[in-house]
Unconditional design. Structure first.
Length: 184
């Protein structure tokens, strides 16, 4: 029995952590460090993003947020929406990304511009593009566009444009055609 535990102990601990994570409704933490000679510990690494908020917000400016933050959290950090800010025209659950610029509309605005803008508007954002927007890219048909979306949902977001080559059917040649037309 002791030989069995020495041989498979680490494996058993890993399986237990994964099973407990699934039972608790959480995804397994990829930052778990296991050493056969010590008790398992969790290494916590927090990534940050910087988002600029403007328009009808009480304290406009650039805010440092944890990666994966949503718009409602940014608005809370910036003191909330002004008296004439219009929350009916925005998606408060919108996930934010590094270098986003958020413009909160007024109740007097008839034509509301895109809530989140970027310096590179002409590029297709592979993290938010629709099926149709992806198909506007050269060499990307309906099937490949759907594979891009499926991959994006699987990994939560592309960290770099080069990660697009992890999508089935997109090799280096196709990527080279797309790299100047896309952004993350």
């Amino acid at each position: 029995m002791i030989d069995f535990l020495k041989k498979y102990g680490v494996f058993i601990v890993v399986v237990m952590v994964v099973v407990l994570s699934l039972l608790l409704g959480k995804e397994p933490d990829n930052n778990i460090i296991i050493d056969a000679n010590t008790t398992p510990t969790v290494e916590v690494k927090v990534d940050y993003i910087f988002v600029d908020v403007k328009g009808e917000v009480l304290n406009p400016g650039v805010y440092k947020l944890e990666k994966g933050s949503r718009l409602y959290f940014l608005l809370d950090q910036s003191g909330g929406i002004s008296e004439i800010g219009d929350t009916t025209k925005i998606n408060l659950s919108k996930m934010l990304f590094d270098e986003d610029v958020v413009i909160i509309p007024s109740i007097y605005d008839e034509d509301v511009p895109d809530l989140i803008v970027s310096d590179k508007e002409e590029l297709v954002n592979i993290n938010s593009a629709t099926l149709e927007e992806l198909q506007s890219l050269p060499g990307v048909g309906p099937s490949t566009a759907q594979k891009i979306i499926d991959y994006r949902l699987q990994v939560n977001r592309f960290e770099t444009i080069e990660e697009l080559m992890n999508v089935s059917g997109i090799g280096e040649q196709t990527f080279n055609k797309l790299k100047d037309l896309i952004k993350v």
